[in-house]
Design a binder for this molecule. Structure first.
Ligand code: ADP
Length: 519
């Protein structure tokens, strides 16, 4: 039996726990992988946002250049006026110019005072003189159909940024155009709305100066070092765009998700293991019950066969009139009588048990006196107890409350406990009956000095069919139903049966009633 249960345990372990654990380990390993993937995807997403802002700034400047080209193409005669107006309308553009390759023949349009214009003019000339190669390259691009915008960066003595571009429409020999704009105004006028559109609720975007990491714009209050992805602004050299997640860093998000997933997986595993353990324990219980049932059938058959063969043997002798002496005849009659009552006791206890199992046993509850019930039992049982050589003492309280009970059922319980005290006794053939009451209510108690019950078995003796498998099991008769029947009866009365016992020293069983009485 133990071996079968162990085998079932091993099979459950092999079939269920091992694959589940393997699955768990696999999931755990792949969690790390997928979190790395997630990290990558997040970074790509951040880079895409930055890319879109860069693309947008390029679109803005391209549109300006396009407008300049259109003005030059359509209004050659009034182009200067039109370009001036165009600059006035874009507050981030401070100046624009169109020039020949050497900056000798150039037109300069500006909103600023003419002395400022002069210094600007000079510094632009200086830059362009050293960049004839660049201008030629821009021209080459244009010939191939690509109007490239070349960011020159900050002018040395000014905060203005400059962009060069080849002109599609040539005015006299002027082939190159330039725009000077204030980066802060450019950001405010063109990028702020785009940035707030792109960041939504998820990101924080900032623009900072590369030289000193000073943040010149941020959609939220963050320092430059907190930006996880930083990329240069294509058309504003020296400035960079930085981006971060609003709800913590990617690592924090990734590890939070990792631990969430881990928790879910662990919970699932725990539920699975608990489920498997429940199945295993239920199976084990069922197997034990099956074993107990088969022991029960063997016990009952044995219990029935002995009195039946005695009755048959004794009655046959009597029928055949083989006995001459009246005394002998009387002895045979009394054996038949006691064996018949033993038979009916066994059959009754089985019938009662099956009634209790089907919930079909009906109790007749009435107010009763526990002392009276006990006395009645002993009146009928005295002879039986004494004839087996047992003595007992009664230890009753002077008066106890009435109990609400089915008299027959309580007598049956008391008889069961007395029978057990006799069956499981040792040389000390005595027991003590006490009747008293405590906070819960009246109780009936029997204390014997027999073989006792181990702590482990004390939890099981009230289970149906259970018999302690050591000691007197083979020499004492029994079905393993008595105590479970008493337990069921006591529960039906709203009371309980408890045991205190020490192996070798004896046992004390108590039937505890509650305080109820019928009005
Ligand atoms: P049965 O006596 O028919 O085996 P019970 O349900 O009455 O069945 O008892 C269950 C088991 O509890 C018994 O087999 C016995 O091992 C143990 N037991 C019951 N009463 C006592 C007792 N007074 N002393 C020692 N063991 C007891």
């Amino acid at each position: 039996m133990q071996k079968t249960i162990r085998n079932i345990g091993l099979i459950t372990l092999l079939i269920l726990i091992l694959p589940i654990s393997a699955f768990f380990i696999y999931q755990f390993a792949s969690l790390n992988e997928s979190e790395t993937e997630l990290n990558k995807i997040y970074l790509q997403q951040l880079e895409t946002v930055i890319y879109s802002i860069n693309q947008y700034s390029e679109d803005v400047i391209s549109t300006w250049i396009n407008d300049i080209d259109i003005i030059l193409a359509s209004e050659k005669t009034h182009s200067k006026e039109a370009l001036k107006k165009f600059i006035e309308n874009n507050y981030s553009i401070k100046s624009a110019f169109i020039t020949d390759i050497n900056f000798i023949d150039s037109d300069f349009f500006s909103n600023s005072a003419s002395d400022e214009e002069k210094t600007l003019h000079d510094s632009i000339k200086q830059i362009l003189m050293g960049k004839t190669w660049l201008i030629e390259r821009l021209q080459n691009f244009l010939e191939k159909g690509y109007q490239k915008i070349e960011p020159i960066g900050r002018l040395s003595n000014d905060s203005l940024h400059m962009c060069l571009f080849p002109l599609r429409t040539k005015v006299e020999n002027k082939i190159i155009g330039g725009i000077l704009f204030d980066p802060y105004d450019f950001i405010q006028q063109n990028l702020v709305s785009k940035i707030s559109q792109s960041v939504g609720d998820e990101f924080v975007l900032s623009i900072s100066e590369d030289l000193n990491s000073r943040i010149i714009f941020s959609s939220e209050n963050l320092t430059d070092t907190e930006m996880i992805v930083k990329k240069p602004l294509w058309l504003l050299p020296g400035l960079s765009l930085g981006i971060n997640m609003k709800s913590g860093t990617i690592q924090e998000l990734v590890s939070q998700r990792f631990y969430e997933n881990l928790l879910i997986l662990s919970l699932l595993l725990i539920i699975l293991i608990v489920g498997i353990l429940l199945i295993y324990y239920n199976l084990r219980k069922e197997l034990k019950l099956a074993q107990l049932k088969s022991d029960f059938i063997a016990n009952v058959s044995h219990e029935l066969r002995t009195p039946l063969s005695l009755i048959s043997m004794y009655s046959e002798t009597l029928v055949l009139e083989r006995l001459k002496s009246e005394e002998k005849k009387h002895e045979y009659y009394s054996v038949i009588h006691s064996e018949t009552s033993r038979l009916s006791k066994i059959v009754n206890s089985i019938l009662n048990f099956s009634k209790m199992e089907n919930n079909s046993r009906e109790f007749v509850f009435q107010n009763c006196d526990l002392i009276e019930i006990s006395n009645e039992v002993f009146k009928t049982y005295d002879y039986h107890i004494e004839s087996k050589g047992y003595t007992y003492s009664l230890n009753y309280a002077k008066s106890i409350n009435m109990i609400v009970a089915d008299k027959d059922a309580i007598s049956e319980s008391i008889i069961n406990l007395i029978e057990n005290a006799l069956k499981y006794s040792t040389d000390k053939k005595e027991f003590i009956i006490s009747i008293n009451q405590n906070k819960k209510g009246p109780y009936w108690e029997i204390e014997d000095f027999g073989i006792g019950i181990s702590a482990e078995d004390q939890n099981k003796i009230f289970d149906k069919f259970y018999r302690v498998s050591s000691g007197l099991l083979h020499t004492t008769k029994g079905t393993g139903l008595g105590l479970s029947l008493v337990k069921q009866i006591m529960e039906a009365h709203g009371g309980s049966i408890t045991v205190e016992s020490k192996p070798g020293l004896g046992s004390k069983f108590r039937l505890q009633f509650n305080q109820n009485t019928l009005k």
